[in-house]
Design a protein around this ligand. Structure first.
Ligand code: BG6
Ligand code: MG
Length: 223
């Protein structure tokens, strides 16, 4: 029986990857190299500092900067990113997300948001959906990033110690599905089955997806 539904934010509730991309590309341009959308795929679900390392690797500049210089670059990128997301509107909530969340809650299942992003608070406020989650755990509250299960285990604890085996995680990133499984939870992939091979179930997005269908399918898989 599922009693907790845990949602990733970026790429599941809202498509912030495009804003991360604009900001990282701007930093790459300042450093004198190009950064493509294909390169940006590698940053999904990855922490801010790890994203910077990947970016520098793409530009052939790894190992050239001190930790302090890297902190400063990540901060500059984040300033631009915050500028972009501060203009977001509720229209940007991905199709089907709101009815799905409402159906989950109406079924008596508790909901949580588990994100690596330190900007979760700004995004939730812009979208006006904070009250749809019984708990929120973000990048400011964890010390280990996905695929470590810390963020989702904290969500389950905040939901009132729901056992991990009774939680399902919705994730668009491979590292997120790994985190769910490492924590002993179900992992539903949101995206492509070719990428999210390890997921217990994969959906393309929430449009036209019914919670009861997902719940019934998960109940046939033992945890
Ligand atoms: C994840 C995104 O949710 O958050 C990553 O998928 C991002 O792309 C990470 O790097 C950290 O986000 P932020 O907002 O703290 O830089
Ligand atoms: Mg994500």
């Amino acid at each position: 029986m599922i009693r907790g539904a845990l949602f990733d934010l970026d790429g599941v509730i809202v498509d912030t990857a495009k804003y991360h991309y604009l900001a990282w590309r701007r930093l790459a341009a300042e450093l004198g190299f190009g950064f493509s959308e294909a390169d940006n795929e590698r940053l999904k679900g990855v922490s801010r500092m790890r994203s910077l390392d990947i970016l520098l690797e793409v530009g052939g500049m790894q190992g050239r900067f001190s930790p302090q210089e890297k902190e400063e670059m990540a901060e500059r990128k984040n300033g631009w990113y915050v500028e972009y997301i501060s203009r977001m509107t509720p229209d940007e909530i991905l199709p089907g997300v709101l009815p799905f969340l409402e159906e989950v809650r109406a079924d008596g299942v508790r909901t949580a948001l588990g994100s690596a992003s330190k900007n979760t608070g700004i995004i939730l406020a812009r979208l006006g959906i904070g009250e749809l989650f019984d708990a929120v755990v973000d990048g400011t509250m964890v010390s280990r990033t996905k695929p470590d299960p810390e963020v989702f285990l904290k969500c389950a604890a905040l939901l009132g110690d729901v056992p991990a085996g009774e939680c399902v995680v919705f994730e668009d990133a491979v590292a997120g599905i790994e985190a769910a499984h490492a924590g002993g939870m179900y992992g539903v992939g949101v995206g492509s089955p070719e990428v999210l091979k390890e997921a217990d179930l994969v959906i393309p997005g929430f449009a036209g997806i019914e919670w009861t269908e997902i719940r019934n399918q998960l109940n046939t898989i033992r945890k």
